[in-house]
Design a protein around this ligand. Sequence first.
Ligand code: MTE
Length: 304
Amino acid sequence: MSFKSDLKYSDITPKAAWLNRRQLFAGAAGLAAGAALPAVPALAAGRYSTDETPNTFEEISSYNNFYEFGTGKGDPAANAHRLTVDPWSVQIDGMVDRPGSYDLGDILAKMNIEERIYRFRCVEAWSMVVPWNGFELNQLLNMAGVQSGAKYVAFETLVRPEEMVGQNSRFIDWPYVEGLRLDEAMHPLTLMATGLYGEDLPKQNGAPLRLVVPWKYGFKSIKSIVRVTLTDTQPPTTWNILQPREYGFYSNVNPTVDHPRWSQATERKIGGGLFAKRQDTLMFNGYEDEVASLYTGMDLAANF
Ligand code: MTE
């Protein structure tokens, strides 16, 4: 794949519309507190963004997997409006120098928010291209101070069945949990998304804070995160707990390693219409140059 460096979605959109309200507010709050921050979040060069055409806001926010709101693709968009996302805090604990409960506004005031147009590939063999706004996870981890000896990062989604109607069904042992190896978590492609198309992240997409790991199947990209834990042991992950033979810890996009029940060689890009041709799935979802070195010497079929 190629990465464009010249034109970004933000270049063709008025900046005021592009920056999301929460991020602007967070920047202003940081300044008021005397922090050395730019007045608006810096807009980084698009070196990690794809030049493929993004899916529409409507497509990205109406075809979702977010089982806390139901198992149908339209359930999250129909039900997620009940979720309260402000105030929001994130517990950061385990092997960190500065554990604690961090208010999201305080976090955002310290983060460099940028736009990343990423390919997104679900394990169910559909894909999208998504213009996220967010910050690199490594910034958050550095803020908390990762201790030597930490090897993994574990993530947890909110549990609030009164607002998350799907949590009244027990087929998942809530909370939804996910994890990354520390080097994967520190990789500059690994994003904590807070926005979409310059707007606040829609609730069905994981507001107010969700992980995006573009070279892994979408289920690794855990939504509505309330806890981040540094640990020295590989953390349990929801889909691996549910179906260990079908979903591994790594879940790197790999067209040569099929799911036990379907091929992963091709994918259906959402929005192409009923008769659109399937497209080839790319190794590491097209991010091979950036991330292959993380897995040197590893058997990717055994570590699926
Ligand atoms: N996170 C939580 N908490 N609950 C979920 O059900 N679904 C995952 C992932 N993150 C899920 C989740 C799956 S299977 C996918 S494909 C992506 O979210 C979908 O993200 P999207 O709806 O923004 O496209």
